[in-house]
Structure formats: C-alpha cells, structure tokens
Write a protein that binds this ligand. Structure first.
Ligand code: SF4
Length: 350
C-alpha cells in the first residue's frame, strides 16, 4: 500500500488488518510520513483533565474504577463548585495546558445539572482555554445546550469494537454511543472519541474500533487511545498486559486512517517509559493529558513531561482563542465569578 494523504471513510476490516500486520518499521514509516503531511511532527497538544464529579457511576464499564458496582476504594466526590473548576483551569493554563477537559461520572447529565456545567464552560473559555467535557450520554437538546454555551469538544468513547463491546459494558449499547456522537456533531461541537486497548481484545477488535472511527462521516477531531490501567477491584484488574509494540501499532494505524485528527496518548501513559512514549509520538500521537493531579503543586508528573518534551525537542501546540476577543473573554469570566459569589455549591447526589 502506498503512502497516501487521502482522507478516506471507507476502510474495510481487511485493509486495516493489513496495516496492523505490516513490519513494524514499515508501519511507523508510513504513519510518520502521513503525520508530516498534516502536522508539525515536533508539536504536541497538551490537555488537562479535571474530574468534576467523581465515582458512584451507575454504569458497569469493566475497566472503570468510577463504577459504583466495583469496590476500588475510590473516594466519591460531588459535583465541584463552578468557581473551583475555574480555579483549576487557571492553574492548568499556567502549567501550559491549552485545553481543559472536564469529566463527570454520570450515565448522562440531568437537566438540573446543565446550568452548572454550562457556567463551567463559559468560565473556562473566559480564561482563553479550549473546553472539552465528558458527561455520559447526551440527548440532542442537551448537546445543543452545551454547544450554545460554547463547549468546543465533547468526549464520548466507543471503547472497543462492536463485537467485543458486550464483554466490557452491558448498561448501554454501542448504538447508544453512536447516537450521542451524532447528537454532538449535529449540535456543531467537535468530537473526541477513541477507545481502550489491552482489555483482552484481539487485534481484530483494535482494527474494528479504528474502523468505526475512521468510517464516521467526519473523523473525530481528537482520538484518544488509552492503554488499560488495571485497577484493583475492577473486573479487568488481572488482565494480561498488552505488549507495548501492539499499542504503538494501534497509534500508527489510527494516524494513517485519520490523518487530520489529533491522536491522543491518554490513560496508561504514566506506566509507559519514555522510550515507548517517544515511539508513540513518532507513530503519530500528537496530544497528551497532563495527569489529573496536575493541579496540586508542585507537580512532578508535569515536570517529567516537560523533561521528555525537552529531550525530544517537542513544543506544546499553541491555541488561539478563536471565538472571543480578550475583552469579551474577561467579561464572560467576570459574569461567572459574580454568579459564584452566592457560593453556589451543587450537590450532585441531591
Ligand atoms: S460511564 Fe464513564 S464513569 Fe461511568 S463506569 Fe463507564 S467509564 Fe466509568
């Protein structure tokens, strides 16, 4: 197969498997060649993830310590106050993040939650950061509300192939996920959608996940590829570790299939050595999360990332505020802060 820069939406499973089966060096060369046609190979986008509501999730995702069904010792936290979220976003920006992702462990947001999360979106945007949220399934109306508030990205992962999906989660269907993604697109937001590898799936399932993503009418702008973090107490705690080369192959194939998307190294990065991460960047990964604990200072994790960037000559990708000029951004922030003087604290369990 020749290296081509065509963006396609008609990949067959066999074509994708053929990429997975290439000699490693051929696959990486092809991925890097395509990567260079669309991106500066020495830039990586940096996002920070903030859990705005932690644990007690009714879903049964077998990998997830936030599910109420598994005893993982995770401390549950109610929905964070808006002002606290904005404070954390400010610290993330100071540490170099350009996108702030807010995650809530919900099956889907309740309508009474939406005023709080839209205030968070407005406040974080007011700082000049890109915004992303992951709140579970969204109806068309909820997606529109978030889009109207200015949310840039919505994250909702497909997790794995349609065939393997039932082994991992039973409380929502693959189709449910596709519908949420369609609602997000229809509302005009950018899509962040990927999956997890190392859950006991076959290479055919990794190909199946990427096939679903690559054959969407529009590729997700952001494609997180997570390596399973085996958390004690979850059903996948004793899963066999996936060989790092299989992970790198998954990144490389994602890069080839979705040449214009940011491919993100997400969960599991903490357990990868620098060499594996460097290979992942070479294979076309160009987005990372700073650890969730970024916001407590000092942050050795962020320092380690900076050191690796320096060793590899990588620069964080810049983000320009497109949607509002600076004055407008400040006005927005002032409005949100004024609203917060009432010390609104929302109890998610209420
Ligand atoms: S829906 Fe999200 S938070 Fe809830 S169990 Fe699944 S992955 Fe975890």
């Amino acid at each position: 197969m020749s290296v081509s820069q065509t963006v396609r939406h008609d990949w067959t499973r066999d074509q994708i498997l053929a990429l997975f089966n290439l000699p490693f060096n051929d696959l990486l060369f092809q991925a890097q060649t395509i990567h260079r046609q669309f991106f500066n190979p020495n830039e990586v986008q940096v996002s920070t993830l903030c859990s705005i509501k932690t644990g007690a999730c009714p879903e049964d995702c077998a990998y997830c310590p936030q599910s109420a069904r598994y005893d993982t010792g995770l401390e549950r936290e109610k929905l964070m106050a808006v002002e606290k979220v904005i404070e954390e976003a400010r610290a993330a920006k100071a540490s170099g993040a350009t996108r702030f992702c807010m995650g809530a462990a919900w099956r889907s947001p309740k309508d009474k939650d939406l005023p709080y999360v839209t205030s968070m979106v407005q406040g974080v945007k007011g700082l000049g950061l890109e915004t992303c949220m992951t709140l579970g399934m969204l109806s068309a109306d909820q997606a529109q509300t978030l889009a109207d508030a200015g949310l840039d990205y919505y994250n909702h992962n497909l997790d794995t192939s349609p065939e393997f999906y039932g082994e991992i989660i039973t409380t929502r269907t693959y189709q449910d996920r596709l519908e949420t993604l369609a609602n997000v697109r229809a509302a005009g937001m950018k899509v962040c959608c990927g999956g997890i590898v190392g859950m006991g799936e076959e290479v055919n399932d990794r190909a199946g996940l990427l096939q679903q993503l690559a054959n969407m009418p529009e590729h997700p702008e952001s494609v997180p590829i997570n390596m399973l973090v085996r958390v004690e107490g979850t059903p996948l705690a004793d899963e066999q570790e996936l060989d790092a080369f299989e992970f790198i192959r998954t990144i490389a194939v994602a890069r080839i299939l979705m040449p214009k998307s940011h491919v993100r190294l997400s969960a599991g990065r903490e357990e990868m050595n620098e060499q594996t991460q460097a290979l992942a960047f070479f294979a076309g990964a160009n987005s990372i999360f700073y650890g969730a604990k970024l916001l407590t200072t000092p942050n050795p994790e962020a320092d380690k990332d900076r050191q690796l960037f320096t060793k590899l000559g990588i620069q964080p990708e810049a983000y320009e505020v497109e949607h509002s000029d600076e004055a407008e951004a400040h006005a927005l922030l002032d409005r949100v802060q004024a609203a917060q003087q009432d010390k609104v604290f929302y109890n998610a369990a209420g």
